[in-house]
Ligand binder design. Structure first.
Ligand code: UDP
Ligand code: MG
Length: 316
């Protein structure tokens, strides 16, 4: 009987220290599951500035199941995951981080769930958020509440990008050609039966996190603009509300003038109103600007990533 092939897609950005540790762990799983499956490891070097590419070249030269795609510069994790999914050939595909925060030992159980229980996808979420600051936990909690309320696509709090998918689901994801990619939303958008499993949050084995607060913040905004148009409706609602308030105020002022005459005062309140209305207008224009800028980038149809080297191009 032909064995199933599982492709493991691993985005790497400045991960020279993590790669050997990750590979050692993966080898254990490969050995353990070798009766049922063969593995294909696809590393994506996302324009690292350290020795990540050298590490990948080394691995690819010694292990024929290791492949790599190396970008011409840093394009971001979303682009790296896309490149990996496009390069994958397996019957099942997993995306996971190289820092071992996504424990490889779970693969056995994930594979069992898709093959024996008929799920199309097994996704993971981490239970505790230990190691993150109170502020980050607070922001994350509220972000998921807000996006849950304004988006039809379900976003699961604490969800990681670590998941095992069938080829059919991967093809569905790859059929979405958008430039602004927000994987958490894309995975959920395509549907299919997904089983969620949980694991305790892990510490990074080596190196440091690549996500600063601002990078996360702008990624969160990307998620909102990519999967909800409610902010645009919000701008319209605020507009209507302000017109209504203005209308009431006009009537009040006319009546006041007719009854008590017109003593000219109230300059400070007027200044406040101008600032408030001006602020709200700019805020709404900003929202529209966000969507416009995303549309602008979509229409340019620039490639999501540019490949400089793969293990095949290197061999030639
Ligand atoms: N990563 C990437 N490109 C980037 C940033 C990160 O390919 O621009 C990779 C990184 O090498 C790691 C994964 O994405 O394998 C998750 O990044 P990280 O561990 O820094 O994020 P955290 O787990 O702290 O959220
Ligand atoms: Mg990590």
């Amino acid at each position: 009987m032909k064995k199933d092939v599982i492709s493991i897609v691993v985005p790497c950005y400045n991960e020279e220290e993590s790669i050997p540790l990750f590979y050692q762990e993966m080898i254990k799983i490969v050995e353990k599951m070798k009766k049922q499956v063969t593995f294909e490891l696809i590393f994506v070097n996302d324009g690292s500035k350290d020795k990540t590419l050298e590490e990948l070249r080394k691995l690819a030269s010694t292990d024929k199941n290791v492949h790599y795609v190396s970008f011409s510069r840093n394009f971001g994790k979303e682009a790296a995951m896309l490149a990996g999914l496009e390069a994958s050939t397996g019957d099942y595909v997993t995306t996971m981080d190289v820092d071992l925060q996504d424990p490889p030992y779970l693969l056995e159980e994930m594979y069992r769930l898709v093959t024996e229980e008929g799920y199309d996808c097994v996704a993971t979420k981490s239970t505790s958020r230990n190691g993150y600051s109170f502020f980050r936990k607070f922001c994350t909690k509220w972000y998921y509440r807000i996006i849950g309320a304004i988006s039809k696509t379900e976003m699961v709090a604490g969800a990681r990008d670590y998941r095992l998918m069938t080829r059919q689901m991967v093809d569905a994801i790859l059929s979405m050609k958008e430039y602004n990619r927000y994987s958490k939303g894309l995975f959920s958008f395509v549907g299919f039966d997904t089983k969620w499993i949980e694991f305790e949050n892990q510490e990074r084995v080596a190196g440091t996190t690549k996500w600063s607060f601002w990078k996360l913040f702008s990624y969160a905004l990307d998620g909102i603009t990519a999967f909800s148009t409610v902010p645009l409706v919000l701008a319209a609602i605020i507009g209507v509300l302000f017109c209504f308030i203005a209308f009431i105020m006009i009537i009040v002022i006319i009546l006041k003038t007719l009854i008590w005459g017109d003593p000219v005062n109230g300059w400070p309140s007027l200044a406040c109103i101008i600032f408030l209305v001006g602020g709200v207008q700019l805020f709404c224009t900003g929202i529209i600007g966000q969507y416009l800028s995303k549309t602008y980038l979509e229409t340019k149809k620039r490639p999501v990533y540019i490949v400089k080297e793969t293990e095949q191009s290197k061999r030639k």
